[in-house]
Ligand binder design. Structure first.
Ligand SMILES: O=C(O)CCC(=O)C(=O)O
Ligand SMILES: [Fe+2]
Length: 535
């Protein structure tokens, strides 16, 4: 006996009423059959069936057959139904089905070559094998989607499913290809297919994907793509994004397995940030403190808005000896050395290459203060965690806002660099393809320098994000280079970040090691969101 909770329940499918749901439909079927040279016996059977109720089902057919046999007439049993397919679509598209164990029913037509937008098409299939244990299985090919398998099993050992084993309901998404590696704009539309398997009925509904579904689908594209390569960082970043986008667990697990494999093979330790290299390069004794020349190159057009010293709402502030002011004398050196010690004591892979420099973070690359401090404490550097927390508190009090993320940048030498960039203050900004920033609304950044002196380059911007307008086609903008010394804090707010980029160019002179600790300051609303997310 089949369980009544299974989609195969009611899958008797042996009665003519499974296909022809009313006596009049049975009549029409009979008429069609006689039109094709059907026998008088069939017409008579149809007459008898006319009197049967629609629910009389196989019983009715049996009674009719027996009655006809009793009067010595030949009786052809109606063809049973094994699968009924109903396709509704909001687009013109081809839906093809390959079925094993069944063929198009004699009373049905196959699906049209193209299912028209707004229409519903149906097709019924008859089994090619009768009896217990038979299986009707197949693959649906909806234009633009991956093939969708299904099975209607009439046996105890396996269960019917659509999409994935064990599923009676399944949704599949499809979207145009997205060049995520080059950070191109995402496609704005996608499609979804909802499939439901009940008894013999497989319904297929093709519709437009919702914005969240589209995001999930595109993120899955990127994840699968990243899985094919051997780039640990890319896969790590895409995996983090896929989790946020709600990509299904089976895909997440597959990517995690691949990541584990890459880790086993050592792909997570980059050239230049293995412990021996770091130990050698990141010594305080190597720190170079020579003062570097500040420069200010202005647009030749004296009236250019880029030359305005401080545009409306902008704040840029550099505070000398800020670290020493908060943590005490020589604390820039203490914090530098304890961060290096922590990096050397942490799991290999906690220092990783990001662009032209390295980042030191929790092994899973979570850049929250909690994750960083937990990691520091975990490797026996509680004093370092304490210093970081003191700096966090000071920053929040002095600049307002709440530290939502911390980035610890390692520059082992003057060759490393941090490309010109804006900090990511909202989800509207397009970050790099591997950026996993949390996109909480931010109000500013404060960045503390430790170790060697480096130049920070500050460029005006006149792109669509900026409120500055170029003075003309020949606008050269303004470029400042500011020397950042150990212990110095550089703070800027959201209006300044909108109108400028900042970065650390590689140094032309021989330069020693440097660490910068950048705090992203979130709004009160972002802090509330973080608290809710952590609860
Ligand atoms: O190293 C610095 O001073 C700048 C760091 C920075 O811009 C960042 O982490 O976003
Ligand atoms: Fe930055």
């Amino acid at each position: 006996m089949r369980s009544s909770s299974s989609p195969a329940a009611g899958a008797a499918g042996r009665s003519p009423s499974a296909l022809c749901r009313s006596p009049s439909a049975a009549m029409k079927a009979s008429r069609r059959a006689s039109g094709r040279g059907g026998t008088t016996a069939l017409s008579a059977a149809a007459l008898v069936l006319q009197g049967a109720s629609p629910s009389s089902g196989p019983k009715g057919a049996a009674v009719a057959g027996a009655a006809l046999a009793g009067v010595g007439l030949a009786f052809a049993a109606p063809e049973p139904v094994a699968l009924r397919l109903t396709v509704t679509t909001a687009f013109d598209l081809a839906v093809k089905v390959r079925v094993q164990g069944a063929k198009v029913h004699s009373e049905s037509s196959p699906l049209p070559a193209v299912c028209a937008c707004g229409s519903t098409a149906t097709a019924a299939y008859a089994p090619t094998v009768l009896g217990p244990g038979r299986e009707v299985k197949g693959v649906l090919q909806v234009e633009g989607f991956e093939p969708i398998p299904f099975s209607l099993v009439h046996a105890r050992r396996s269960a019917p499913f659509v999409g994935l084993p064990g599923r009676w309901r399944h949704s599949v998404l499809a979207a145009p290809g997205w060049n995520w590696r080059e950070n191109e704009k995402r496609p704005s539309e996608g499609k979804a297919v909802d499939l439901v398997l009940t008894g013999l009925d497989l319904t297929v509904d093709v519709r437009a994907a919702t914005p969240l579904e589209l995001k999930r689908c595109l993120q899955l594209q990127a994840l699968r793509d990243a899985e094919k390569g051997e780039d640990y960082d890319t896969l790590h970043a895409q995996l983090a994004k896929a989790k946020i986008a709600g990509v299904e667990i089976e895909h997440i697990e597959k990517a995690e397995d691949r990541l584990k494999m890459l880790r086993k093979e050592g792909f997570h330790v980059h050239v230049g940030c293995d412990k021996d290299t770091l130990r050698e390069a990141m010594q305080w004794e190597r720190v170079s403190s020579k003062a570097l020349q500040d420069t200010d190159e202005r647009c030749p057009n004296a009236c250019c808005p880029c030359n305005v010293e401080q545009n409306c709402g902008e704040v840029l502030d550099v505070v000398p000896d800020a670290v020493q002011g908060v943590l005490g004398e020589s604390s820039d050196r203490d914090l530098f050395t304890s961060l290096v010690d922590a990096a050397l004591a942490s799991q290999e892979g906690s220092v990783w290459k990001a662009g032209g420099k390295f980042i030191f973070s929790a092994f899973n690359r979570n850049q929250s203060v909690t994750a960083l401090c937990r990691m520091l404490e975990g490797c026996g550097k509680a004093a370092c965690a304490k210093m970081m927390l003191k700096l966090v508190k000071h920053s929040e009090v002095l600049y307002g806002g709440y530290v939502t993320a911390v980035q610890v940048n390692f520059h082992p030498s003057g060759e490393t660099y941090h490309d010109q960039h804006r900090d990511i203050y909202s989800g509207k900004q397009r970050a790099g393809p591997n950026c996993t920033c949390s996109f909480r609304e931010c109000v500013g950044t404060v960045c503390y320098s430790l170790g060697s002196t480096r130049i920070c380059q500050l460029d005006t911007m006149t792109d669509s994000m900026s409120s500055l307008a170029a003075c003309g086609d020949r606008c050269a903008g303004r470029r400042e280079r500011r020397c950042l010394k150990s212990g110095e804090a550089m703070y800027f707010n959201a209006p300044w970040n909108q109108n400028h980029t900042h970065g650390i160019p590689s140094s032309e002179e021989t330069t020693g090691p440097r660490i910068s600790v950048a705090f992203l300051l979130g709004s009160a609303q972002a802090a509330a969101q973080s608290a809710l997310a952590a609860a």
